[in-house]
Design a protein around this ligand. Structure first.
Ligand code: UDP
Length: 334
């Protein structure tokens, strides 16, 4: 049986595809290459270039490859962009997910693992935030993912397949073997931006808001290594194959770092005291999000191994250096 990885040319999807191939699984990738790169797909993995919303393409792909499980990563993921262009986010993350779920039902898919996000919680009233906290997204990005969660739950109930909804906290780092990593042009995520600044690819880093009610005034996030995140999906797949019931689980470590702490870690790891400016708050940013992280460990047997901030930052730096050495955007495996 084959696993369909949507968004398998992207940052997290390609890390996942590598881990699945490493463990001997059969994988097919569907990616429209809007933000992903074909070189990021593991060698030998069949890849279809196309859209998750294309029903005819999905039916053909699922029949040809006898897809029995779907890992759905393809999405737009930038919070401020979703504030500026909400309808694009609802189309790409919600409407297209609906098409994929429908195709999964038609194709008799048994297991569906969905990339959701801590952004569904918005500004949680209790930290760490547990999976049963009421979702109150503060951005169209969070809303677009929450709607997809709801559709998935309802469809699974009606049609008898099982799902795992994984709510990612702040994903960072790179494949420990440096086969893939965050490569999006114009990336906006903090660790990526900090690493690019340390390596001279940007003149400065701006901190969006220094007046938050936190110890140092900057926002707090639970940064999770992309390798540990992919491992959580492998554990989830094993759990579902073993007959486990559908679940919604946080993927974070349960500890938070402020923007200033992350910047310090990048300065230490790189040895570069790069320029940092204070700037206004960014719309849609909650003050503090940290995962209640025990459930995924207890129920899936997930054992994170790469959780130190210094490891996350070291891998992000190593990946960026590799990209620079290979020339702009042309990082190849091996
Ligand atoms: N951030 C920042 N400067 C940047 C990028 C991000 O100050 O250049 C802050 C951002 O305001 C938030 C935190 O870093 O408080 C994490 O933002 P990121 O975009 O990495 O992830 P998000 O939590 O929005 O998904």
């Amino acid at each position: 049986m084959t696993i369909l990885v949507t968004g398998g040319a992207g940052y997290i999807g390609s890390q996942m595809a590598y881990q699945l191939v490493d463990s001997g699984e059969r994988v097919v990738v569907l990616d429209n290459l809007s933000t992903g790169f074909d070189w990021a797909i593991p060698p030998g993995v069949p890849a279809v270039v196309g859209d998750v919303g294309d029903a005819r393409l999905l039916d053909a792909l699922m029949a040809e490859h006898r897809v029995r499980a779907i890992l759905h990563f393809a999405a737009s993921v930038v919070v401020p962009e979703s504030v500026a262009d909400p309808l694009r986010y609802y189309r790409n993350n919600t409407v297209n997910s609906r098409s994929l779920i429908e195709a999964a039902v038609r194709g008799g898919v048994e297991h569906f693992i969905f990339s959701s996000t801590a952004a569904v919680y918005g500004e949680p009233s209790k930290i760490p935030v547990a999976e049963d906290a009421p979702p109150r997204p503060m951005s169209p990005y969070g809303s677009s993912k929450l709607m997809a969660e709801i559709m998935l739950r309802d469809a699974a109930q009606a049609h008898g397949f099982r799902y795992m909804i994984l709510r990612y906290f702040n994903v960072a780092g790179a494949d420990p073997r440096l086969r893939t990593g965050q490569s999006t042009r114009g990336a906006t995520h903090l660790i990526k931006v900090a690493v690019e600044t340390a390596l001279g690819l940007r003149p400065k880093l701006e901190i969006f808001g220094t007046d938050y009610p936190t110890p140092d005034g900057t926002c707090i996030r639970d940064y999770i290594h992309v390798g540990d995140l992919a491992a959580a999906h492998s554990d989830a797949l094993r759990y579902l194959r073993d007959g486990g019931e559908s679940l919604t689980l946080n993927c974070g470590y349960g500890r938070g770092f402020s923007v200033l702490e992350v910047i310090d870690a990048v300065k230490r790891a790189s040895g570069v005291d790069f320029r940092v400016d204070f700037a206004a708050r960014r719309p849609g940013d909650p003050t503090r999000i940290v995962a209640a992280a025990d459930k995924a460990r207890a129920l899936l047997g997930w054992q994170p191994r790469l959780g130190d901030l210094s490891t996350i930052v070291a891998h992000a730096l190593a990946w960026e250096r590799k990209r620079m050495a290979l020339g702009s955007g042309q990082a190849h495996a091996g």
